[in-house]
Write a protein of this length. Structure first.
Length: 264
């Protein structure tokens, strides 16, 4: 990798164009190549819910970016912590998604840990993949990262919902991203994404993001929900996951095969 590259995800969001990707849970770069080779624009590597080590995460980011200059990779980290965030960013990922952000103070911590001084407190190492293995001037690299990285925080708890105005106001946070299932679960309406109170909560997050000039992201489990979110201003759309897509496809094809058997 020759150092900082143009971030295709940021470029798409800056143009207010819909950018569609998918959660990747499988630790296999072949899956990455299949997903990005057939229409998805980026993967969102789920290092929160899957036992992925830093080397595997870096390999998946490398595979995604190797699919073309218009393809990219986000990483969802395990926690709001220096180690987890720094490992993800040093893979050269185009963006990072931090889960369970429930206060302005947490959002400020995320903004600090994802940016180099003077904007933040991220530690500088010019010998990483993100820095082109030492091929670039460290100061120029740090400036480029502060300009190009996309930093997203996930609003998926009732505390995050209540603090969303303060979170959205934090400089250095680029995107508010809704975790619809966790948020609905916290409201006592697990998975009821069409429930009026749940939709009201989602709309509240999106409104705060629009007010403070943040990009909006969401995980969408189906097309009708995705369409509603687009109407709210979402342009960073994560559609399902590789495992869910595989399961859906298997179920559909097996059902078709059962139909053949029934006609004999």
């Amino acid at each position: 990798m020759p150092g900082p590259r143009k971030n295709p995800i940021r470029a798409a969001l800056a143009r207010k164009r819909l950018s569609v990707g998918i959660f990747q849970l499988l630790a296999d770069r072949a899956s990455t190549e299949v997903l990005l080779g057939n229409g998805f624009e980026w993967i969102l590597v789920d290092a929160e819910h899957r036992p992925l080590n830093p080397e595997t995460v870096e390999d998946l980011v490398r595979a995604a970016q190797g699919c073309g200059p218009d393809k990219g990779a986000f990483v969802r980290v395990r926690e709001t912590g220096r180690g987890a965030i720094q490992y993800a960013l040093e893979t050269g990922a185009d963006g990072v998604l931090v889960p369970l952000v429930g206060s302005r103070e947490q959002a400020e911590e995320v903004a600090a840990l994802t940016h180099y001084p003077p904007q933040g407190t991220r530690g500088l190492n010019g010998g990483t993949r993100a820095a082109g293995w030492g091929q670039k001037d460290p100061a120029a690299y740090a400036r480029a990262v502060n300009r190009n990285l996309v930093v997203a925080v996930q609003i998926e708890t009732v505390s995050g919902l209540e603090a969303v105005e303060g979170i959205a106001a934090v400089k250095g946070i680029d995107m508010l991203y809704i975790g619809p299932f966790d948020l609905s679960h916290g409201m006592g309406l697990t998975g009821q994404l069409d429930h009026p109170e749940v939709r009201k909560a989602f709309a509240r997050v999106f409104a705060a993001g629009r007010k403070h000039g943040k990009w909006l992201g969401v995980l969408a489990p189906n097309v009708p929900f995705a369409q509603w979110c687009l109407g709210q201003g979402v342009r960073f759309l994560t559609y399902l996951s590789d495992t869910r897509l595989l399961k859906n496809s298997v179920q559909r094809e097996v059902e078709a095969l059962r139909g053949l058997r029934a006609k004999r």
